[in-house]
Every structure is written in C-alpha cells, then in structure tokens.
Write a protein that binds this ligand. Sequence first.
Ligand code: AMP
Length: 306
Amino acid sequence: MSLVVVGSMAFDAIETPFGKSDKIVGGAGTYIAWCASNFTPVKQISIVGGDFPQSELDALTARNVNLEGVQIKKNEKTFFWSGRYHMDMNTRDTLETQLNVLENFQPVVPDSYQDCEYLMLGNLVPAVQTSVITQLKTRPKLIVMDTMNFWMEIAMDDLKKTISMVDVLMVNDSEARQLSGDFSLVRAAGTIMKMGPKYLIIKKGEHGALLFHEDKVFFAPALPLEDVFDPTGAGDTFAGGFMGHIAKTNDISFENMKTAIIVGSAMASFCVEKFGTERIRAVDKTEIDARLAEFVQLVNFDISLV
Ligand code: AMP
C-alpha cells in the first residue's frame, strides 16, 4: 500500500515560556513525514524555496520518504511561520505567516504516486489539497485532512469544498468551534460531519483527542508529561502516527481508528519533548513500543458493576 502525504515544508520561529528558537525547519508535511515513516514508506507532495537545506531533504530521503512530488523553487523563499505559546502551552498566537512559495503552489502528482491508497492532506492551502484529490485517478481507501484557523479566516469557501471531499477531518477544539459556530464539541461534531467527513477527530492538546463517527465517540488521552518543551508540530505528528498506523495495518475500521489515535497521541508525546523536529526524527521502534505500553497502563482499569 502507498501513503501520500501533502503538507507545508517550512521554516518556523517559535517562542515558548521556556525558550525561543531561531529559524528552524518545520512545516506540517515535514512533521507528518518524519512521524509516518516510522510505520510505512511515504510519498511526499510539497514545495520549498532554494533556501531550504538540501541536508534536510536528504535526511527525509534516507528515511524512505520519496520526494519526487516536492517542488524546489530555486529563486524563491520557503514558507515561514512564527508563533508564540501562552503559559499553558496549549494555546498560541501566530505572530507571522509568510506564504512565499505556497502562494502560487500548483501541486503535480507524479505518476508513481497514482498507487496511493492512503492520502494524508496535512495543513496547507485548501485549493492545493483539493487539487491533489482530483489528480488521483483512483480514489484512495481513506482520505484524511488537517487544517487550521488561518484557512478558515482567508479561504472558508475553498476549505468547505475540500472538507466535503474527505473521509476524516482533524481539527483542534477551537477550530471545531470556529468551523461549526457551536461551543459544544458534541454538537460541533454533528454539524461538521454533515459537511462531508464520516469521521471527525478533535484534538485537545494536553487533554487528548476525541474520535466521532455516526453516534459513536472514543476518547484518547494525551500522556501526562513532566516537561513540555515545544508543542509545535504535535498536531501534525499526531496525524502522521494516525495515518502511518492505518496504512501499515491496511484497516480502516472504526476499531482500528481507535488504535490509530492512541498511536498518534503516543507519537505527539515525543514531539513536544524538544524544539522543532529534533525529537521526532530521532525516535525509534523500541521507544515507540515502550510509550504505547505506557498508554495501555494509563487507561487500563477494572470495574465490576453490581
Ligand atoms: P501544529 O503545531 O501541528 O499545528 O503545526 C505547526 C506547523 O504548521 C508549523 O511547523 C508551521 O510551519 C505549520 N503551519 C503554520 N501555519 C500554517 C499554514 N497556514 N499552512 C500550512 N502550514 C502551517
């Protein structure tokens, strides 16, 4: 099976209450690829400028991430984002978004990606996400989409069109409220699933994630961590773990999606331990298995109802 990932590849500048980074490599597509490649090979679609380090691209290639679908615009600049986290590390303000190469990005799906069975649309211009769906000659078994408030503010109509075409939508709690216009997440889920997706995942940062489908709901906690250093990319890493697991197991049942959101939560718990992609690019199978075992312990309990 083949997993195609679409998403921004970027430079980020991050401020948290505990530190500040210079311009470092980030981007939704970058985090997803680093994470998902732990589970299955990845075929990446994105765009970077001539300023994006070749060594970063080589490192992804060495991890079984195919970059044939990544355009390099030699005379242009890579997408840039900067953000500042609040004291709770759960909320942040975007300080600056420079679209640069993303502004006129026309994705081209290579022929060798036409075997795509699983499509992960990471955060990116909604029209670009739609273009990738329509370029695929056979509809993938599962299309999962992530997005953010930025696109709700500047491209809501395009965004709703993309949302109507996907199977699973992932957003955080404030984005679910913004998209639905409803404060109740349960009602918001109902409203959003009427827009098209059969499944909705609402990420709640350190408070875990909810998976909705029809009238069913499943909750996965986030691992309580002593130190959270930088939450940037946690949502993308979650997406990479979710989709990596689904593609590896080739099973799109609701039961397997429950496992996949635990895998996503476990992977996100690594991401936040260091700045940028540092932690997620270093993690190995032994560490992943140990952390999954911690999740089992976290939620395992007996009860006898009399
Ligand atoms: P997350 O913390 O998982 O929500 O994702 C953070 C990543 O999203 C950063 O590495 C940014 O480069 C990237 N990002 C921020 N804003 C956008 C945007 N408008 N479109 C695409 N990617 C973005």
